[in-house]
Design a protein around this ligand. Structure first.
Ligand SMILES: [Zn+2]
Length: 489
């Protein structure tokens, strides 16, 4: 079937309408069908004009989240957490506001992000502080809200239809759907499932390394100002439930300026300087090294004729390479995994390659083996309450301070002669040393230090390059949680 081929002079005209006529090659079919699906979706969502005029949306919602591989226990059922959320977007004014409060993993949070054009602020209501954002980015910050709000995805399709391809037809929940792609300003492409009868969005999918397949479900549509909005939303990661959202209220095309006011009654603070981007080796005490970059660090302790590693966060191979600049040839014989969370066992294969024995608790055996390159040959040593390394030159104690609000078992490393404690996920330690009111996990850490009667002088951790002292912990414990009256929708 030969069709008229658009030539250069009229290309722009042809592209402005929906369909390009030429030999229907596979790519052309993908573009044409996508345009048909987009046109039908625009109709279903109240019409092209209404979507073009959809400028602001404000929604209050309730989130249920599941802490997959980040729960107190090493396996399912995963811990369920609740949070309340409010988001508002205004495209014309490039304004986006999001507020979230809740708790999870032994951390409480109550914060907000405000983007107004090229200005932005991070508000921590719990600590009572406002921090200017150095490089505010409307598209990146608003992306998560757009991705869970069906009419805003349709608006994106309207504006970016040239990025869209039809992928095919699939049955989803017993109904035929067209699947088309959408490339947003930032992030990997989305694949959107439109119901062939209702032309409403049922599902969206994208592949997001390192998490894997992220799957969004839009259900329970209700019409607000002539536009169908889904009232409930579910997000799955690799087929496991990750977030459920219940929408409480939706406002369309109302001014959102009142929500984007930067609180004046809070303390204005400077953003913490960024952590090093290149791996750095800090000798905290003779033969005690904190090695890392960004937000992941490990401690290496030099013994007489070997090294003991503590911590298994991202980038262990590079951290071992950096350590080899200062400790040339002593083998790493043991590697302590602080806990079972997926971001803290990434180093297991690297330590296995070094021939090290992995130190963990019996309850976390399966997680450690699953993280290894070769599960069967992984050498494990289990800690019961406390495991002591003492080769005459130095003493290093590994103590299980669990259960904590973060994990049932939590190993910390303690150097009694040096007074150095290495911990993970219990003591937020920003690069500028500005403490926040102690989190439940921090209180538990302080309690464990007391119970174990540890004379701690220095605290270092898995997520900070900063060497803290015991006064920092005491300051965090002494800070009060700020109660702030907020403008609510
Ligand atoms: Zn953790």
């Amino acid at each position: 079937m030969k069709k008229y081929i658009a030539v250069s002079v009229i290309t722009s005209l042809v592209l402005a309408t929906s369909v390009v006529w030429a030999d229907e090659t596979l790519p052309l079919k993908a573009v044409n069908r996508a345009n048909e699906v987009i046109d039908a979706a625009l109709e279903a969502y109240g019409g092209a004009e209404r979507i073009a005029k959809l400028n602001s949306v404000a929604r209050e919602s309730h989130f249920t989240t599941w802490a997959t591989n980040q729960s107190r226990s090493p396996g399912p059922p995963w811990d369920e957490n609740e949070q309340t959320s409010f988001s508002a977007i205004d495209f014309e004014n490039k304004t986006f506001v999001t507020k979230n409060s809740g708790s999870g993993g032994g951390f409480d949070f109550d914060g907000s992000q405000i983007i107004k054009g090229d200005e932005g602020w991070q508000v921590d209501f719990r600590a009572g502080t406002v921090t200017a954002i150095a490089e505010p980015d409307f598209d990146t910050t608003a992306g998560p809200f757009i991705r869970v709000t069906a009419p805003l995805l349709v608006k994106q399709l309207q504006n970016r239809r040239q990025t869209s391809h039809w992928l095919g037809e699939v049955e989803f929940e017993g109904r035929p759907h067209d699947v088309i792609t959408l490339v947003m300003e930032v992030g990997p492409a989305l694949s959107l499932y439109f119901d062939q009868q209702t032309h409403l969005l049922s599902r969206s999918e994208r592949v997001l390394p390192p998490f894997g397949q992220v799957d969004y479900r839009f259900t329970d549509y209700e019409t607000v100002d002539g536009i169908p909005f889904s009232k409930t939303f579910k997000l799955f990661v690799n087929d496991e439930p990750n977030i459920d959202i219940d929408i409480k209220t939706t406002q369309v095309n109302q001014p959102i300026g009142q929500y984007a006011l930067v609180p004046q009654n809070l303390e204005q603070v400077e953003a913490a300087p960024p952590a090093p981007t290149e791996v750095e080796v800090q000798e905290v005490n003779e033969g005690v090294f904190l090695v890392g970059s960004g937000n992941t660090y490990a401690m290496f302790v030099e013994m007489n004729d070997h090294v003991i590693a503590v911590g298994g966060t991202a980038g262990i191979p590079e951290r071992i390479t950096a350590l080899r600049e200062v400790v040339k040839d002593k083998p790493i014989t043991y590697a302590v995994m602080t806990h079972h969370h997926n971001d803290h066992v990434l180093g297991v294969p690297a330590y296995q390659d070094e021939g090290a024995v992995i130190l963990t608790v019996k309850a976390n055996e399966a997680v450690m083996r699953a993280a290894a390159t070769d599960a069967d040959s992984l050498k494990l040593q289990f800690v019961e309450d406390r495991y002591v390394f003492d080769d005459g030159s130095r003493k290093l104690e590994i103590i299980d301070i669990g259960p904590t609000p973060h994990a049932e078992h939590m190993l910390v490393a303690w150097l009694p002669e040096e007074g150095i404690l290495f911990e993970a996920d219990h003591f937020p330690n920003p690069t500028n040393g500005r403490m926040v009111p102690a989190q439940p996990v921090t209180k538990r850490l302080a309690e464990a230090i007391d119970q174990q009667d540890l004379d701690v002088k220095i605290i270092i951790g898995a997520h900070s390059p900063r060497v803290a002292n015991i006064d920092d912990l005491h300051r965090a414990l002494a800070l009060n949680i700020v109660k702030v009256t907020q403008v609510s929708p």
